[in-house]
Design a protein around this ligand. Structure first.
Ligand SMILES: [Zn+2]
Length: 234
């Protein structure tokens, strides 16, 4: 199998990438891959966030990406609650896909409880098809080969069934550190401890101990997940 050189993570909101697959991102980086994160929708403000400027929040997003070793973080800043699956936003994602040409793609799983997460799932599945087609030349770039592996991640609400578990024992502290970069979000709840708890739960279920992230396998081809072949795949 050829090594993974490029990974693309599509996140509906800032921090969904950290929660859903932050450990796997850190593992891909350890293995020498370049990871690009696309955050589709902009920040949702609550009354608790009024004192946090957009610049300060953007700095938190950057710090989280840096903690995981993300190569490039792209923010589309689509408006929350006014987000629509327009032709424009599809083409924006096709443009990124054709540029990055990832072998592994992460997106929210198809049955997520959050409506915007489900919309971003649909957006990504559609954009993957579009990026591989001969159409949409206005985005520039050549048609993209199909990624070998497309994985759906969970954000807080555990998915009922998963097909793949990634061992993140070596990455759990990095994942928690990335979550802690979202200083303003930790005022709402102890998300950092929530991340640790979810990873422990998934570790217990998938391998009897330790920490894991679990995924829905949406497409499976030649590209290995991080650590695959290293003996830690179930
Ligand atoms: Zn979200």
């Amino acid at each position: 199998m050829s090594a993974v050189t490029d990974v693309l993570v599509v996140a509906p909101h800032p921090d969904d990438d950290v929660i859903g697959c932050g450990g796997s991102i850190a593992k891909h980086v350890r293995d020498g891959a370049r990871v690009t994160v696309v955050i589709v929708i902009g920040r949702e403000r609550s009354a608790l966030d009024d004192s946090v400027s957009d610049a300060a929040f953007a700095a938190e997003t950057e710090a989280a990406a840096k903690a995981l070793g993300v190569h490039r973080c792209i923010r589309f800043d689509e408006p929350s609650r006014d987000f629509v699956l327009s032709r424009r936003v599809h083409l924006d994602l096709v443009r990124v896909l054709r540029e990055v040409r990832p072998q592994v793609v992460y997106l929210p799983h198809d049955n997520d409880d959050d409506v915007e997460h489900r919309m971003v799932h649909r957006l990504t599945v559609e954009a993957l098809w579009m990026a591989g087609s001969e159409f949409f030349q206005e985005t520039g770039g050549r048609p993209m080969p199909a990624p070998g592996l497309v994985l759906g991640y969970e954000v807080w609400a555990p998915m009922a069934r998963f097909q793949y578990a990634e061992d993140i024992d070596g990455q759990i502290e990095t994942k928690v550190e990335a979550m802690r970069a979202y200083v303003s979000q930790l005022r709402h709840a102890a998300w950092d401890e929530g991340i640790r708890g979810l990873a422990r739960y998934r570790g217990a279920l998938s391998k009897g101990s330790g920490h894991a992230e679990v995924f829905q396998v949406l497409a499976l081809g030649a590209a290995p997940a991080p650590g695959a072949g290293g003996g830690d795949r179930d």
